[in-house]
Design a protein around this ligand. Structure first.
Ligand SMILES: NC(=O)c1ccc[n+]([C@@H]2O[C@H](COP(=O)([O-])OP(=O)(O)OC[C@H]3O[C@@H](n4cnc5c(N)ncnc54)[C@H](OP(=O)(O)O)[C@@H]3O)[C@@H](O)[C@H]2O)c1
Length: 256
């Protein structure tokens, strides 16, 4: 049985670990991100260690036709697993930030994810099955002052994922939203979060989070938060906190 995974944002962090975990299980891969050299190095590593074939597609997925270009590059493959992982954040007060940076975030975190999912999920419906894992965040559970756009993109991803799962489950396709807490990757540097309380946390590691999310996807879980304490707090405490108190707490964590 074929088991090919398309993984976005595979050049570093959690995405690279998804690729390693999938290859270890004997699955072929299509890996994508902008940095071709990092993708080629991962391809060489995985093909040497496992009996798998890895296809590299280096492109800017946030570009207007990024998702369509990626889909076109995969047309010779049947995709069994889609992992929408590419994404980035950005610290700062909304009105101080460059509008282009926030719009680019929406283009990648939301628009590209929706477009790619539409194309690939249609094929999965035609094939009668598939697994989709969308990398959201604990940010999906609350608004995020000083990362207002990023938190809103992740709220979108978690909302979209759960609705799609309800539409697709009886067609043999499950959609899982992975909602990690802080993970030590390039994310904090890219988002300019260094020096905040958020980035001062030790956090989890990319390999642990990828395994946790991938296994949740295999089970067909709807939402998956990787840390028990966070899961409890977000589901049972956060909804009862006065909103302004919650906003102040989150703002403090993201202040430099
Ligand atoms: N780290 C955390 O604390 C954390 C917590 C919750 C959720 N997440 C989510 O986890 C996902 C993975 O993040 P990470 O922590 O692994 O961070 P990361 O190490 O910065 O990885 C981000 C990946 O996205 C790719 N990417 C960024 N912009 C792109 C673009 N325009 N086109 C194509 N690929 C692009 C990057 O590759 P190139 O630069 O080579 O393009 C890289 O492979 C993201 O969706 C993030 O929001 C992270």
């Amino acid at each position: 049985m074929s088991n090919t995974a398309l993984i976005t944002g595979a050049s570093s962090g959690i995405g690279r670990e998804f690729a390693r975990y999938h290859a270890k299980r004997g699955g072929d891969l299509i890996i994508t991100a902008r940095r071709a050299d990092a993708l080629e190095a991962l391809k060489a590593e995985l093909e040497a260690a496992h009996d798998v074939k890895v296809t590299v597609v280096a492109l800017d997925l946030g570009a207007p036709d990024g998702a369509a270009q990626l889909y076109a590059a995969t047309k010779d493959h049947k995709i069994d697993v889609l992992i929408n992982n590419a994404g980035f954040g950005g610290q700062g007060a909304f009105t101080d930030r460059a509008l282009d940076a926030d719009l680019a975030m929406i283009d990648l975190n939301v628009k590209a994810l929706v477009a790619l999912t539409h194309m690939v999920a249609k094929d999965m419906v035609a094939h009668g099955g598939g697994k989709i894992l969308n990398v959201s965040s604990t940010a999906a559970y609350m608004p995020g002052p000083l990362q207002a756009t990023y938190f809103a993109t992740k709220a979108y991803v978690s909302s979209f994922s759960q609705a799609l799962d309800a539409e697709l489950r009886d067609k043999g396709i499950t959609v899982t939203a992975l909602e990690p807490g802080y993970v030590a990757t390039e994310f904090a540097a890219v988002a300019d979060l260094e020096g905040t309380g958020l980035a001062a946390q030790k956090g989890s590691t990319a390999d642990k989070v990828a395994k946790f999310g991938y296994d949740a996807m295999l089970r067909g879980d709807l939402r998956a938060i990787n840390e028990g304490q966070l899961r409890f707090m977000l589901n049972w405490i956060m909804p009862w906190l006065p909103r302004r108190m919650a906003m102040n707490m989150i703002k403090k964590m993201q202040t430099k």
